[in-house]
Unconditional design. Structure first.
Length: 170
């Protein structure tokens, strides 16, 4: 594995994810109570989610599929540039930050029930998206243009499955 000074690329990605997680927790705990109440729209997500019809779910799936495939395409193209390693280091920090901020806000607002809300919000689609972005981030070490051809259809299938599961659990 190629070393970046004193640490390998995959270790650096994990370290940045952890650093982002710590920063997200600290940020959520430093937010004022008033701002936390304004972020409280999460409660309404669970109230209207069960009343969404089949046609609305289809529209939501098309919107999410378009958005997630655009993100995947942009990440794939960035992974083929000379700045891919630095870009995916930033992506891992942002993933850690957003996940920690989300779980902290849920927990601060709803107590232990916030953990259930968090797991309901992210599972299973974030696991699939995390797998895709993790493969892209690790592949960015040598450049995604050198990644094997058979990996790309698998990544597309995982993104498709993630969008399906994301709309299924709304």
């Amino acid at each position: 594995m190629k070393k970046i000074r004193w640490i390998s690329h995959s270790d650096l990605l994990c370290l940045l994810f952890l650093t982002g997680s710590i920063a997200g927790c600290v940020t959520a705990n430093l937010l004022s109570v008033e701002l936390l109440r304004q972020i409280g729209y999460f409660d309404s997500v669970y109230q209207w989610g069960s009343s969404i019809g089949r046609e609305e779910k289809g529209q939501l799936w098309r919107y999410l599929a378009k958005r997630r495939f655009l993100e995947f395409g942009a990440g794939s193209l960035v992974g083929m540039t000379p700045f891919s390693s630095a870009a995916f280091c930033c992506v891992m920090f942002v993933f850690g930050f957003s996940a920690a901020l989300l779980i902290s806000v849920f927990t601060l607002q709803s107590g232990w029930l916030g953990m259930v809300y968090f797991l309901r919000t992210i599972l299973p689609q974030w696991v699939l998206y995390g797998m895709v972005w993790g493969i892209l981030a690790i592949g960015a070490e040598n450049g995604l243009d050198k990644m094997k051809i058979r990996v790309w259809p698998l990544l597309i299938l995982i993104v498709f499955l993630g969008t399906f599961l994301e709309t299924k659990f709304v």
